[in-house]
Design a protein around this ligand. Structure first.
Ligand SMILES: [Zn+2]
Length: 315
């Protein structure tokens, strides 16, 4: 048992239960919110997220991991409000997205890492709500000079606090392996890292290359059928289970109750099943049809999340 930083206070790792490891309550640009106060309707965003979180809870989900990084508009007060109203456990993240932003350029890694460490040890945005996980991201640009620095910062925060790292990758660019290289160089135990968005590919050889290095992998974009349809995502998981990797897989949707990247109607049209309900409603039955056992489902949804968060050694 270990105490995890949840947005409503410490969570005993033994009570995480069915956990969705990569979701988002709200993704909305802070600069646009400030420049145009009606960029989002805060009350409507909260109401919709509460409805989604309650739907998840009604389907047996006990914990949501919100992996929104600082520069995608992480709003800890909104996340906290949703957790309270829906009466569900949410774990929030600290860390930066991969985008090459000018205000990230001129700072030494230690200075930025110190800010993120404060998120974990003191609280986020002037609250006492602490981050329970570190988000890191590498996209199609690969490991640029800035990205290397951001990954090193994530490693530094991990080593200082012991909280796990969970990543965004562009799986077709094999950026998960590059992330593992940098984390390993920086002294991170790769078994405390979730390499994310691995569910976007059918390249099992690549996934096994990542898995052999000891990390968990996120099969975490269920509902984004445009990238890879559910049936193919399910087949990859079933095959990895047959090959003995069940204890390294975690499931999620990367769903956003609100995201400002596209008009909401467009998202509903393009990804109609992209919500916290899709895994319990559609994915788990499909996994069972593909031969995944009930015990394996519990391993992926309950036991693996617990193992990601439980501190394995001293830092
Ligand atoms: Zn995400």
């Amino acid at each position: 048992m270990a105490a995890i930083n949840g947005v409503r206070g410490p969570i005993d790792s033994g009570t995480l239960g069915f956990t969705l490891m990569h979701e988002h309550v709200l993704v909305a640009n802070w600069a646009m919110r400030q420049a145009f106060p009606d960029w989002i309707d805060r009350a409507a965003v909260i109401a919709r997220a509460v409805e989604e979180a309650r739907a998840a809870k009604a389907r047996g989900i006990r914990t949501l991991v919100d992996l929104t990084p600082i520069n995608l508009g992480r709003d800890i007060r909104v996340i906290h409000e949703v957790a309270e109203q829906a009466d569900i456990q949410i774990i929030a993240a600290t860390g930066f997205y991969w985008t090459e932003e000018p205000w990230l350029q001129g700072w030494e890694p230690a200075a930025l890492a110190d800010l993120l460490i404060r998120d974990v040890t003191e609280g986020i945005q002037g609250t006492t709500i602490k981050a329970g996980i570190i988000k890191a991201a590498t996209d199609h640009l690969g490991v640029t000079e800035l990205n290397r620095k951001l990954l090193q910062i994530a490693a530094r925060v991990h080593r200082a606090t012991g909280v796990p790292i969970s990543t965004h990758t562009a799986v077709q660019e094999r950026t998960g392996l590059a992330q593992q290289d940098i984390f390993a160089e920086a002294g991170v135990d790769l078994s405390r890292v979730v390499i994310g968005h691995c569910g976007d590919t059918e390249d099992i050889a690549l996934l096994e290359e990542i898995l052999r290095r000891g990390s968990f992998i996120g099969m975490d974009r269920f509902g984004l059928d445009l990238i890879l349809p559910m049936e193919k995502r399910v087949s990859v998981i079933a095959e990895l289970c047959r090959r003995g990797w069940v204890d390294r897989l975690v499931l999620s949707h990367d769903a956003c109750c609100h995201i400002d990247w596209f008009p909401a109607a467009e998202i509903r049209r393009l990804a109609p099943r992209w919500s916290f309900r899709h895994i319990p409603d559609d994915v788990l039955p499909a996994l069972r049809r593909d031969g995944v056992t009930e015990a394996q489902i519990v391993t992926m949804t309950v036991e693996n999340p617990r193992r990601v968060f439980e501190r394995q050694g001293a830092y």
